[in-house]
Design a binder for this molecule. Sequence first.
Ligand code: FPP
Length: 244
Amino acid sequence: MMSPPRHIAVIMDGNGRWAAERGLARHEGHQRGADAVRRIVRAARELALPTLTLYAFSAQNWARPRAEVVQLMRLLRRFALDERSELMARGIRVVTIGDARRLPRFVRAPLLALEAATATNEKMTLCLALSYGGREAIASAARGLATDVAAGRLRPAEVTEAQLELRLDTRGLPPLDLMIRTSGEQRLSNFLLWEAAYAELYFTPVLWPDFGRATLEAALADYAQRQRRFGMTGEQVVARRARG
Ligand code: FPP
C-alpha cells in the first residue's frame, strides 16, 4: 500500500455551474465554495495530511467580470479574518503562492497578518494560490536565474532543475503527490505546472461547493491503489519497496 500523500493540490472548479443548476447567481456558488474550503481544510487536518494547496484565484481570473472579481476578493478577506482562530487552534500554517502584489490592499493586509500569525504552526500547511499562474511562476524563476547569471553569481552550466526549483514560490513545500480537480473538467489550467510533473491526477464530477470529507477520502483511496513509477518499471518499483 502506498504511503499517504504529503502534498495535495486542488483545482476548485464548478462554483458557477453549481449555482446555475439551482437558478442562483454565480456569487452564491462562490459563497458555498468558500464553505467547502473551510470543510476541506478541517478534513485535511483530521486526516493528518501535511500540505494542502488550493487554487483560490488564478492569474487569468482577473479577466472575469469586475463584480465577480470583487466578490472573490471579499470572500478571501473574510476567510483571512474569520478563520484565524480556528487555524491557530488546529495548528495550521498559512502560506501563499502567486503574485500577491496584484491583490487589493483590503485582501493583502489580512492575508499577510494571517501568514505572520500562523507562521510557527506545525501540524499542517495550507497554501493558498492567489493571482497564481504556473507559467508565470516558471518565468519568474527563470528571471531569477538570468539575473544571477548576469551578475556572475551562477554559471550557465549551473542552471539545473534544482536551481530553478529553488526560485519557485513552492520551494519549501513537499513534492506534489496528488492533484484533484472537481466538476468533471480534465485539465491543469496553468496550476503548478512544474510541480505536477509526477503528481497523480484525480478528476471527480463533484462540483466544488458539494466537495466534502467523503470526496477527499475517495480521492485518497484512489491514490492509495496507484503505483507511482517515476519513469522506472513496475518490477523495479516493487523491488525497491521490498528493499525498504
Ligand atoms: C471555479 O469555479 C472557482 C473559482 C474561480 C474560485 C475559487 C474560489 C473559491 C472556492 C472561494 C473563495 C476561496 C477561499 C480560499 C475562501 P467557476 O466559477 O469557474 O465555476 P464554473 O466553471 O462552474 O463557472
